[in-house]
Design a protein. Structure first.
Length: 557
């Protein structure tokens, strides 16, 4: 009976339990501690990430800055974090994210979440704290060295931990001593100089004395061991003292025979009389000697070299002269050098003398070498077969008051393109006249037909138009001076002269050197056969002119 009652009670309890489940809970929902549903207890939210408010910061030793970490999501259940420095010798960080700079360098600060170990980093750069310079000293405050030697100065900057310990060096006189960026001093020449080292606003100096280095003379040599001179001539003797940087290069000069040649304290030798002597050079340091043999010869009036005759007109300067034998003339093709040597003396040949080639009928060509400066009066006059003269760049003067190339019917003149004063235009010789700009100097006698004087020419020099063969000449209005001996020497006629001045003042601008200059123009040329062609309406002006009015006729164009 008891067993039956227990079984009935168990069955009733199980039925009640089933009924309770079916009426109070949904399937699969959790049951709270009090028999309720899902909202009976708290829900856990996991951390998904973390960030730092700055990706990098810069600090100076001893300073600090607090970093802020942000954990996501904002409603995470456990927002706890920890901080760590990758190099606490550079910077430390505490549990609140405060970073403190320790010493110069770079480190990484890492923040890590407790929940999920999420992390973020910030780069920290620490700069050294600036320590100012308080002073500088040198290991030597004075020193003495010899020119050419070196000295290294050492500078000490205080304090030892100064931030900028850079030292700059300077010399008060670089001609006495120089100094490089490392304090290396180089002595240059005798004297005194201050070598200064500077750090920050502080400086220190070393008073330096440089003594001259004594370098002895090792040799003395005259550049010319023998010289031939003309009596009355002077020559400066050149002497080489070695080494070049010898301390005492003083020398003395002495002539063994002052009746032949004398020498002064500067080494200038004066040739006195014919003969030979030695000029001795002696060094003050060491007494080393060298000597030059000086031969003095008497001046030669005239000389002949390779068939050309010369005359000494000043010391070593020569001019070409005619053959002293009047029955012998220069002929053929001649090239005259700029220098010759005669009796051991070298001469400069720079002149064609008066009448040097006058009447040399068999002369064909003449070339004057560089160095020739002057051609004298009648230099080549009357050379009937002379075909060519070559003038050098050095030529400066051709005599203008007398005939130079007269009666040379075949002559052509060639001028070096480098000559700054003379040039050829349309076969005629022109000169850059300092008074008139450009002057016509010579028109070839062989030229025929019409000749136009170059525009811009200011003057027609004497004998420029001499014994000409032209039929017509055109004279530009730029001409302001026509020298005497204009169209002289039996010029070919009839001759037409074309003029273009249009006013009386322009025509009268032609200068005249004499009250009655007419005898000096057109002499030995038939004026009656000269026609002057002038602009229309200007004939009265030309007829009244002292030069043009004397011609055969004046015709207006």
């Amino acid at each position: 009976m008891k067993k039956t009652i227990w079984r009935v009670a168990l069955a009733i309890a199980m039925a009640a339990a089933v009924a309770s489940v079916s009426t109070g809970c949904k399937k699969d929902e959790p049951v709270g501690p009090n028999g309720g549903g899902n909202n009976d207890g708290p829900k856990t939210v996991a951390v998904t990430g973390v960030s730092i408010n700055k990706a990098s910061i810069s600090l100076t030793e001893g300073t600090s800055e607090t970093l802020t970490a942000t954990v996501t999501p904002d409603n995470a259940t456990n927002k706890a974090v920890s901080w760590k420095s990758s190099d606490s010798n550079i910077a430390t960080v505490d549990n609140s994210g405060k970073v403190t700079a320790v010493k110069a360098g770079s480190t990484t600060i890492t923040v890590t979440t407790t929940d999920g170990s999420k992390s973020a980093t910030c780069t920290v750069t620490v700069a050294a704290k600036e320590v100012a310079v308080t002073g500088i000293t040198l290991d030597q405050t004075s020193a003495t060295i010899v020119a050419g030697d070196n000295l290294v100065l050492k500078a000490t900057v205080a304090p030892e931990n100064a931030t900028d310990k850079k030292v700059t060096w300077s010399s008060s006189d670089a001609s006495i001593a120089t100094v490089d960026e490392n304090g290396k001093v180089t002595a240059v020449s005798a004297g005194n100089a201050d070598i200064t080292a500077t750090a920050g606003s502080f400086s220190a100096a070393c008073a330096l004395t440089v003594q001259a280095k004594v370098i002895p003379v090792t040799s003395v040599n005259v550049d010319n061991w023998s010289i031939t001179m003309l009596a009355g001539e002077t020559v400066s003797l050149k002497v080489t003292v070695l080494p070049e940087d010898a301390t005492n290069k003083n020398i003395t000069f002495q002539s063994e025979n002052t009746e032949v040649a004398a020498v002064d304290s500067e080494g200038t030798i004066l040739a006195i009389g014919a003969g030979s002597t030695k000029v001795i050079v002696t060094s003050e340091d060491g007494g080393l000697t060298s000597n030059c043999v000086v031969t003095v010869v008497s001046e030669t009036g005239e000389m002949e070299v390779d068939g050309i005759f010369y005359r000494n007109y000043y010391m070593r300067s020569l001019e070409v002269i005619a053959n002293p034998d009047e029955n012998v003339k220069y002929s053929g093709n001649i090239k005259i050098p700029g220098k010759i040597t005669y009796n051991g003396i070298e001469y400069t040949v720079d002149r064609v003398g008066d009448r040097a080639f006058l009447g040399c009928e068999s002369l064909i060509s003449v070339e004057l070498a560089e160095g020739f400066r002057v051609i004298g009066p009648y230099g080549f006059a009357g050379c009937e077969n002379l075909e060519k003269i070559t003038l050098p760049a050095s030529l400066e003067s051709i005599d203008w008051a007398n005939q130079v190339f007269a009666f040379c019917p075949k002559l052509e003149i060639v001028v070096s393109e480098k000559n700054p004063l003379f040039f050829i235009n349309d076969g005629a010789l022109y000169w850059k006249d300092p008074s008139y700009g450009i002057a016509l100097r010579w028109l070839p006698e062989k030229k025929t037909g019409t000749f136009s004087i170059m525009e811009g020419t200011g003057a027609i020099r004497s004998y420029a138009l001499f014994h000409t063969s032209i039929d017509k000449i055109i004279i530009p209005t730029s001409i302001v001076f026509i020298f005497e001996r204009f169209f002289c020497g039996e010029c070919k006629t009839p001759l037409e002269i074309v003029l273009n001045w249009s006013t009386a003042s322009e025509i009268n601008n032609i200068y005249k050197a004499y009250d009655d200059p007419s005898p000096f123009y057109f002499n030995t040329t038939d004026r009656s056969k000269i026609t002057v062609s002038v602009p229309k309406g200007t004939k009265p002006f030309y007829s009244a002119h002292w030069l043009w009015g004397a011609c055969g006729s004046i015709v207006e164009r």
